[in-house]
Ligand binder design. Structure first.
Ligand code: OAD
Length: 229
């Protein structure tokens, strides 16, 4: 049986695909006020602004391509039972060929009813019109987890991390909870890797630190992983 490799990814995973991170210099939260465009209060205040913000992100995603890091993670499925837990709302892991991807913070290519969170539908890369209604007659909203909202899939993600034989963290500053807290669910003694060109918000004792971008770093990690099969 293949060993279970659980990978937590963040915005840095897609940086080399041309998608801006949030907290780096030049990141999205320098350009936008996070509470205006990514919080439930922001949605209540100005749904049109937030609809436009996610329309722009979706349009950008259509033209982005998975980078070598996404592809290398998909290739690792040949050797490992790879489970990706991503904070990213893009679909670049799937487009690279990864088959088990849990989206903690939602998905750009989906929208849902404001009245019933189980009524999710695909929107692909098209614009959502401000005030657009779904089949149930209720207004639609982006299928994104905003600040001020619960993270419905966190329990499932924590379970995956607890079951991990090997764990990797790629391209997340580990500032946002509960996602960052997943690191604490790893069983002691399990091999763990961090791929990030910069310092992150917590110290990770026992982790093998790979100070590279994701596109190169996943191939570097692969060399280590080959010894753990
Ligand atoms: P951040 O922008 O906070 O962190 C991005 C991380 O990626 C940083 O640690 C960078 O050093 C690193 N990085 C930059 N370039 C990289 C590269 N080429 N390869 C690898 N790493 C690189 O993004 P997240 O931690 O993902 O939530 O942010 C978490 C959440 O905060 C997001 O999901 C989003 C945001 O607000 C919502 O919008 C709900």
């Amino acid at each position: 049986m293949k060993k279970k490799l659980v990978v937590l990814t963040g915005a840095g995973m897609s940086a080399e695909s041309g998608i801006k991170t949030f907290r780096d210099t030049g990141g999205l939260w320098e350009e936008y006020d996070v509470m205006e465009v990514a919080s439930i209060d922001g949605w209540r205040r100005n749904p049109t602004l937030m609809t436009e913000f996610y329309n722009q992100r979706r349009a950008q995603l259509e033209h982005a391509q998975p980078n070598r890091g996404h592809v290398a993670l998909a290739e690792l499925e040949e050797m490992f039972d790879v489970r990706i837990v991503t904070q990213n709302v893009d679909n670049l892991h799937e487009r690279a060929g990864s088959t088990h991807v849990l989206h903690l913070h939602g998905e750009l290519t989906k929208v849902r009813s404001v009245l019933d969170e189980s009524k999710v539908q695909d929107i692909g890369y098209r614009k959502m019109e401000p005030g657009e209604k779904g089949p149930d007659g209720a207004p639609l909203r982006p299928h994104i987890v905003w600040f001020g909202e619960a993270v419905p899939l966190i329990g499932e993600a924590a379970h995956l991390v607890r079951e991990a034989d090997i764990f990797a963290v790629i391209g997340t500053s580990l500032n946002v909870y509960p996602a960052a807290g997943l690191v604490g669910d790893l069983r002691p003694g399990r091999p763990a890797f961090l791929i990030d060109p910069n310092e992150v918000a917590m110290t990770l004792p026992g982790f093998t630190i790979i100070r590279e971008g994701a596109a190169k770093g996943v191939d570097t990690m692969r060399e280590h992983l080959l010894k753990l099969i």
